[in-house]
Design a protein around this ligand. Sequence first.
Ligand SMILES: C[S@@+](CC[C@H](N)C(=O)[O-])C[C@H]1O[C@@H](n2cnc3c(N)ncnc32)[C@H](O)[C@@H]1O
Length: 423
Amino acid sequence: MPSPRSTNANAKAPRFVNTRELALDILMNWEHGEEFAANLVDRDASAHHLEHRDAALLQALVFGTLRHITLLDHWLEELCNNNHLEHRVHWLLRLGLTQILLLDHAPHAAVNETVNLADGKARGLINAILRRTLRERETLLAQLPTLPLDERYSHPDWLVDRWIKQFGPSDTEQLCQWNQKPATTFIRLNQLHPKPVEPGDLKPSTIPGFYFAENPPLTWLHTGQCYAQDPSTSHACRLLDAQPGELILDACAAPGGKTALIAQMMQNQGRIIACDSSSKRLQRMRNNLQRLHATIAEPVLHDWTQTAKPTFGDLQFDRILIDAPCSNTGVMRRRLDVRWRLEPEVFAEMQKLQTDLTNAILPFLKPGGQLVYSTCSLDHDENEIVIQKLLAQHPNLRLEQSHTALPWRDQTDGAYAALLIKS
Ligand SMILES: C[S@@+](CC[C@H](N)C(=O)[O-])C[C@H]1O[C@@H](n2cnc3c(N)ncnc32)[C@H](O)[C@@H]1O
């Protein structure tokens, strides 16, 4: 069978694209660790002009398999009597089990189509294991409540242990459960657009201006009438409380989701310097801010870990937002790669970067000014402990208030924001 990637995208005759083979190809590519799963899926869906239904199937197969790898491997060890599996056969079986045990797919078709993707000599083995899976489906699923959390919910065991220490066993289980469900899409309606749209029958979230929207109208997204954004991102902006006419520094701003919301809160009056160290992300921010009509925001390339002065010189800002780079543990449901790419050392490394960045940015806050430090991490080391360290290092700072969004409690992404005031 030819690889789905070898098909000619310019050929005139309609081509048959095998979605399961595409999924297998993506999963094996993903393993190299260079690309996000969502990017791989989007790129292949558009390269092969997949119809909406096939693109949704591709996403369900890839995301479903990645979301449950440890559980699938637990079942496979049992079904294969711990025998070693050749690499491609292993991924094919994971894909087959995802369809039979986890997604509501026609099981016999799933077996046949998965077997058809195998090379001659592996077909018999795959057929036997998938048919056994069909026969033992109920028994395998009944094991779930007896498995430890890291297997049942497919998270690294060290991360589950870390969460149990920070949140306790019950909240940890709820967090793991949350991460196993497909992410909800939210949109923010953009009030800065010259033709703002009405929410109509969109279901409001608990945060004003943000709505549930599984399939947001593409024209709204393309024209900047709305922006896909989780409501948890608003907490940092609310604590910042930027006023029309003020001078604001958004120190780690790309791709500009919070910058655009701050510009809206300021009614596009005043000035926002929006910095980022990544020129690629800065370009994305430029496009976003332009589309969202956030005209008071000025994108600036600057790396706060470098000693060179920023191009805006010695400006003193009324308010500063530091939306720091972090482990992303609050958005693991949305970003499936995170759990498999995190290393235990990342939290200490991030804490150092986060305090170094804040120390470099603090001199730009005017006396009496307000600074919001935020992350999309749930980890104490990147949130409360960073704030404790900053307060110990800077007697002229005081903690005014903080807010933590917990996914299992608030039904949004996880986020942390703390408001500090400089005397
Ligand atoms: C959490 S993201 C910001 C998200 C953004 N605030 C938003 O709402 O769309 C963190 C950003 O910090 C930037 N960053 C990382 N290290 C930096 C540094 N040393 N100096 C400036 N920006 C940095 C990253 O490129 C990334 O865009």
